[in-house]
Design a protein around this ligand. Structure first.
Ligand code: HEC
Length: 425
């Protein structure tokens, strides 16, 4: 196929609505009656409605009493099991911002509401609906990388993984990025987005080799990438790096945008996903530095319920970790990422006990985590290749090897870090 053309649109006129956080639930006493209007809706506003509202990714809304009443039993199951809201990091392993987990008190509150008959309550208790941002949440970008040609997702299809190769043309001095945000074009079908920088030009060949816009890709983009410009999953805030940190797009790089589409509907849906970049000109005293612990050449026996693979990488200079991301495919079960510090101390960076390929988030640390030179970053990946694993794509299970395909596996931890710029104090 001849070049899938994607245009750089400058100063996109997308507008942004500021959103005020909804009021926290009022304190209750044990005998005060929990109603939808007085308390439960406040929990939904804060923790559920970013996805459970019309036009968003969740399959039903949780905005009105009627919505919630109809789903009350499923809601209790989902919050008790911590299936919802989707947040995979186990507390106590990494101290993150934007934690989406419900407190035990919030879980109890929802359970109590349902146990007490799931009543609506008084109209005057109902808080105003929160305003959710539409469009860019980080403000109007300085440049937008956009697909010029829409991609059509056929009706009743699941798990379409497609990569689109985008030339990066950035104006004048705007090569240093301060923030990056992925804006899915069609939220009904975009499940998640990952981006990869391509310094090899390989994505152009892969695109040419397949008809239609883009090319099929699953675990990775089909080549080694030094990292990307962020990604998107429902509720994903975009990447913002701390001031003073230089984040440079390598000259000549292309951006490969990997889309995961699901279209449960009866009509074809089209999507044009965009990436907004925000620039800065410094001054800088640090630069962004990606740490990748990745295991290759591993084999997971057919039928084995628990196989552990370890990936390690050495830290060569003093770093500060700002975020961590874990990656496996479908038979991944659990993953821990640990920094083995030169002092001998083990610093937990991330632990996921209930891996779900569909919810791969970038977890931002509240405070930068020091990774001195000599630290080893270790990822321990656990796989379940037994027939009992409902997510196993091979029935019956087959031997699984490392690779980028749907039925291959990966074991990767990326630690987004900063390093001191050379020649500075
Ligand atoms: C980040 C987006 C997001 C947030 C936040 C979120 N959900 Fe969901 N929810 C989804 C999606 C997507 C699905 C359907 C796919 C799935 O099951 O993963 C879903 C499914 C569900 C289901 C159906 C589960 C089942 O068994 O099929 C329930 C119930 C639910 N959510 C309740 C909640 C509640 C209650 C909250 C807040 C406490 C919440 N969700 C927060 C995205 C979200």
């Amino acid at each position: 196929m001849k070049g899938f053309l994607l245009a750089l649109v400058l100063l996109a006129a997308a507008c942004q609505t500021a959103s005020a956080p909804p009021a926290p639930p009022a304190a209750t006493t044990a005998d005060e009656r929990v109603t939808f209007n007085n308390q439960v809706v406040r929990v939904f506003q804060r923790h559920c409605q970013e996805c459970h509202r019309p036009g968003e990714v969740a399959p039903f809304a949780l905005t009105t009493y009627r919505d919630a009443y109809a789903r009350r039993d499923d809601i209790v199951d989902a919050v008790r099991s911590r299936y919802m809201p989707p947040w995979k990091a186990v507390p106590g392993h990494g101290d993150f911002t934007g934690v989406r987990r419900l407190s035990d008190a919030e879980v109890d509150l929802i359970a109590r509401w349902v146990a007490d008959g799931a009543t609506e309550g008084e109209p005057h208790d109902l808080p105003a609906p929160p305003k959710f941002p539409s469009g860019w949440t980080l403000g109007t970008p300085g440049a937008v990388l956009a697909m010029e040609e829409p991609f059509t997702v056929p009706p009743r299809t699941r798990d379409v993984y497609r990569c689109f190769s985008i030339p990066i043309r950035v104006p004048g001095d705007g090569r240093f990025i301060r923030a990056s945000e992925v804006l899915p074009g069609n939220r009904k079908v975009v499940h998640h987005v990952v981006t990869f920088l391509d310094l090899t030009g390989r994505s152009v060949e892969l695109d040419r080799a397949e008809p239609g816009p883009g090319y099929t890709c699953f675990g990775g983009p089909g080549f080694d990438s030094p990292g990307g410009l962020g990604g998107w999953a429902p509720g994903y805030p975009g990447i913002e790096i701390p001031p003073g940190v230089a984040w440079r797009i390598p000259p000549g790089a292309r951006l490969v945008v990997q889309l995961h589409y699901n279209n449960p509907g009866d009509a074809p849906e089209t999507d044009v996903t965009r990436i907004g970049l925000h620039f800065t000109s410094g001054p800088f005293d640090r630069r962004l530095h990606g740490v990748l612990a990745s295991a290759w050449n591993f084999v997971i026996p057919a039928g084995a319920p628990r196989t552990t693979v370890v990936a390690r990488t050495d830290v060569q200079e003093d770093l500060e970790a700002i975020a961590v991301h874990a990656h496996m495919h479908l038979i991944g079960r659990a993953m821990t990422v640990t920094a083995l510090l030169p002092s001998g101390r083990r610093e937990p960076l991330l632990r996921i006990d209930d891996w779900d390929f569909d919810w791969q988030l970038l977890y931002y640390f509240k405070r930068p985590v020091a990774l001195p030179a000599g630290t080893i970053v270790e990822a321990e990946c656990v796989y379940d290749n037994s027939p009992g694993n409902l997510r196993n794509p091979s029935k019956p299970p087959r031997v699984v090897r490392s690779g980028f395909g749907t039925t291959d596996e990966m074991c990767q931890a990326r630690v987004l870090s900063t390093a001191r710029l050379k020649g500075r104090g």
